[in-house]
Write a protein that binds this ligand. Sequence first.
Ligand code: UTP
Length: 297
Amino acid sequence: MSRFKVTKAVIPVAGLGTRFLPATKAMPKEMLPLIDKPVIQYVVEEAVTAGLEDVLMVTGRNKNALENHFDRVAELEHNLEQKGDTDRLAKVMASTDLANIHYVRQGDPKGLGHAVLRAKAHIAEHSFALLLGDDVIDARDPLLSKMLEVHESTGENVVALMEVDPTQIHLYGCAVIDGDAKDGVVRITGLVEKPKNDEAPSNLAVIGRYVLRPEIFDILEDTKPGRGGEIQLTDALMAAAQNPDRAGGVLGVIFKGRRYDTGDKLDFIKATLRLGVDREDIGQDLRAWLHEFNNEI
Ligand code: UTP
């Protein structure tokens, strides 16, 4: 097996989800449903579709709902079986049989970098994919498989980038790039976390998909708490970009498809509608209603 072949995915789901309070007071934001599936299931499905069936979730408080969702529910299965409701039974079983899911606790949510560090023992000496648990990439626009290909062929760290309106760049980590994109791939020489709009080095925002080399753990261990007292993954990636001999450099894959930040209320509503209008069961009615509604507002 090539040194850079990836088989494991890490999904951090331990954030406090403060933008979605009070819905996230007793439930992780990753359990909020987009139509009829919790956000986290879309993310696990994306990992599995890219060939990664070993999934480690980094959980925080309120982890029970997450674990239960991917576990068996004998009583419910029995009830649906008795009724002969095979469709719903299949839907219930789909999340149980999806992947080999492992869990580790983060303890205090001290930032994304800190959450990633909790995966060190499980990942050991291999490269891995990191998928943020509240970031949904539309399954119709694949991204992760391309990132894995780039990683396997170059051995470099790979992050997903998206062009955003320059007035929005202050909400993201922003990439400093060297040269032009070749086949949608750029060399990243620096990263700035949430820059002021007029100081941003580009309009390329980092979104929640990464393929990382295991050396990132050593860098994270040396990374001091940054913005907000949290250990920032961006700071560790910046160190990797500036010192390629230590941990490989950093490449960016520019994504042009549909992506939803479901931790953000407005994006969450947009995601529900975008996915809803193409659904076989509710799409037609939802479209008709949206046209009517458009005349009302
Ligand atoms: P966010 O910054 O979007 O999560 O982290 P948050 O802190 O929960 O958000 P708000 O701003 O308070 O609403 C991106 C991903 O990283 C995870 C989150 O669960 C989310 O999937 N995360 C973040 C952790 O696992 N641990 C942390 O300490 C921080």
